[in-house]
Design a binder for this molecule. Structure first.
Ligand code: AMP
Ligand code: AMP
Length: 361
């Protein structure tokens, strides 16, 4: 594992007047680049061949490094180029989706904005659960064995796959039948079945609060809320029940996009306190705790109970709904604040306060 000392050494070699902000060209890269440019940084996009059009049409990347695949970020020559550009990387969902968390820990000799240790906690469902449980959040029940299934459960698979391949089951029998079905349809591989995670399913609506924990200001800010737009589950309601039954529809949860949301104001006190307690526990499990953006993935039931089923300890793509405008960012910071810009502002404060090493790892 690359030590914090090694990263600090790289940082010391940087020209602080010429820091650039880099990330993989996907997920929330436009958000991160736009914010960085608005705060006066140079931006560098590690871009897969074929995706250049995105970062050319939206002119937010000053440098575009074309690679065959995102894993090439680990190549020595790519890392060396980035170090020469004095790059601080901002990790997002594609880092863990395309490069394993282990490889990020062991091979990426570049300063990452945020706390690397927490990416490990995020990648491990048991550790996540321990973290959220200690923070006192309402969590769904877990079933260790498909034979124990009782009531509605959602069947999940490892890694940030954006809900691809998830399905619902309500008994051991329906689990086995649907699992077979998903494998036959090619939505799942046989070996995935050995790594399933069975979680109590809550009927309600998705609410994803987007937080930013500032070490500089010493506060957890709520910068936005979104909900996901998922295929096919969000389209199923457009088909009458009879046709759903006729074709044996099995809901899936592939994320396609995000929709901005404001919530009942009376829910905000709990949402704010949840962010605070998650940060407090993060200080204990991986000091100095969360640095920068994080998101709680919740379902709010009709009894207005907020149940958290996941945490992302980094920027989430849902923050893209706030680019340029988000009601909660506006309330906190005035006009034109959003996650990418908030990140860049924190890095700017780190440079000006000469304590950049506190916010990277
Ligand atoms: P992509 O670069 O689009 O392949 O996404 C990288 C990872 O982030 C995948 O695991 C996606 O499922 C996830 N992801 C991408 N976009 C979104 C989004 N808008 N909301 C939630 N997750 C996303
Ligand atoms: P995840 O990959 O864990 O973020 O889950 C993908 C999607 O599945 C979410 O956006 C929700 O729509 C749904 N989901 C996941 N877990 C639950 C749960 N315990 N109860 C209800 N819906 C869930």
């Amino acid at each position: 594992m690359i030590s914090k000392d090694e990263i600090d050494e790289v940082l010391r070699s940087y020209d602080k007047g010429k820091i650039s902000i880099g990330t993989l060209g996907s997920h929330s890269a436009l958000n991160i680049f736009k914010g960085a440019q608005e705060e006066g940084f140079r931006t560098v996009c590690i871009c897969r061949k074929g995706d250049e059009i995105v970062y050319q049409r939206f002119p937010v990347a000053d440098d575009i490094l074309v690679v065959e695949g995102f894993r090439d970020l680990l190549n020595d020559d790519v890392q060396e180029k980035l170090r020469r550009l004095n790059t601080i990387l901002v990790p997002h969902g594609s880092f863990t989706a395309y490069i394993s968390t282990g490889d990020l820990m062991n091979e990426l000799r570049l300063p990452l904005f945020g706390n690397r240790q927490l990416l490990l906690w995020e990648a491990d469902r048991e550790k996540q659960r321990e973290w959220l449980g200690r923070a006192g959040l309402n969590l769904p029940k877990i079933f260790k064995d498909p034979e124990d299934i009782e009531g509605l459960v959602i069947v999940k698979f490892p890694g940030a796959k954006g809900g691809r391949g998830y399905f619902l089951a309500s008994s051991p029998q329906s689990f086995h039948q649907k699992a077979r079905d998903m494998v036959e349809k090619g939505l799942l591989k046989e070996e995935d079945l050995a790594r399933i995670h069975l979680q109590e399913y809550f009927v309600g609506v998705n609410v994803y609060p987007l937080y930013f924990r500032s070490l500089v200001v010493g506060e957890v800010e709520l910068l936005g809320i979104d909900r996901r737009y998922e295929s096919a589950i969000d389209g199923i309601g457009r088909i009458p029940a009879r046709e759903q039954l006729e074709v044996g529809l099995n809901p899936t949860y592939t994320v396609v996009g995000n929709i901005p949301l404001t919530v009942r104001e009376s829910l905000l006190s709990e949402i704010l306190r949840m962010g605070d307690s998650v940060v407090k526990v993060s200080e204990e499990i991986a000091p100095p705790g969360i640095i920068g953006p994080f998101c709680l993935e919740t379902v709010v039931t009709d009894a207005l109970r907020i149940v958290t089923f996941e945490i992302s300890a980094r920027i989430v793509a849902g923050a893209n709904v706030g680019i340029g405008i988000s009601p909660y960012s506006y309330l906190k910071h005035g006009e034109k604040m959003y996650m990418g810009k908030r990140i860049a502002r924190e890095i700017r404060a780190g440079i000006e306060g000469d304590n950049l090493e506190k916010i990277v790892s």
